[in-house]
Design a protein around this ligand. Structure first.
Ligand code: ZN
Length: 256
């Protein structure tokens, strides 16, 4: 199934994508055992206002999870997953805008496969972690590369408002072990890597994170980016395409 969140009759609602329609749900799909609970309404997909598809209590990210990307920034792949957090205030939906803040002179795109958690887990095994994955979506881990080097902590470099576009939908029927992750800037391919090249796979990452903190339904984990990162310029359109998962598209503007 393909799950979105939309603005429906003035309130946010989860919805199932079926053909050209979105069927609003009465509850988050992971809250109802078996079939998601439909409201009976149907919304035309073309006129729907899509929101960020989940409401995470935390946004975890994995750094340096592809050897070629670690190497392009002069790093090795770490021995344990390198994890950092982004704030909820950095989230933006599909077709949103990334704002380049005046504090940075180099803001990069990083296209990433993103895990959506579907059940509460703590200190999970790899098998339990794999079972707790609800589905996958696309994200951009927007990064102020200059501040990442000079700040010490990455709270600003990874955390400015608009630095985590996420969506458009959560796809549940997908095997994440060998997906093609591509990033396009103004239609030209800039990143192209397969998830089979990740140093730490999805069950390992989810299990590892759950040993530090309880993962809740709707939490997301960005799994790292392939090589080919580069700075963004105002006026550009950035797209992340992941086979079987979807295409996330955003515009880039200078913060006024
Ligand atoms: Zn990243």
């Amino acid at each position: 199934m393909r799950v979105v969140r939309l603005s429906h009759e003035g309130s946010p609602a989860y919805g199932l994508v079926e053909g050209e329609s979105i069927l609003p749900l009465a509850a988050a799909p992971w809250e109802t055992a078996g079939e998601p609970k439909r409201t009976g309404a149907a919304v035309d997909r073309r006129s729907a206002t899509l929101l960020v598809p989940v409401v995470p209590t935390k946004i975890l990210c994995i750094g340096r999870n592809y050897r070629a990307h670690a190497a392009e920034l002069g790093h090795e792949v770490p021995e344990k997953p390198l994890v950092f957090l982004k704030p909820a205030s950095s989230l933006r939906p599909h077709k949103g805008t990334v704002l380049l803040p005046p504090e940075s002179s180099r803001v990069d795109y990083e296209g990433e496969l993103t895990v959506v958690i579907g059940e509460r887990i703590r200190r999970a095994s790899r098998e339990e972690a794999a079972r707790a994955v609800f589905g996958y979506t696309c994200a951009l881990d927007i990064t102020a590369r200059d501040l990442q080097k000079t700040d010490g902590q990455w709270w600003r470099a990874k955390g400015f408002d608009t630095f985590c576009p996420l969506g458009p939908a959560v796809e549940t029927d997908v095997d994440s072990s060998d997906l093609l992750v591509e990033t396009f800037v103004d239609g030209a391919v800039r990143q192209s890597g397969r998830t089979s090249l990740m140093a730490f796979d999805v069950p390992t990452i989810v299990a590892w994170a759950s040993h530090a903190m309880t993962l809740e339904p709707g939490d997301v984990i960005l799994t790292g980016t392939p090589e080919g990162v580069a700075p963004l310029l105002p006026g550009q359109t950035v797209e992340v395409r992941i086979g079987g998962v979807g295409t996330l598209s955003v515009r880039v503007e200078k913060e006024a």
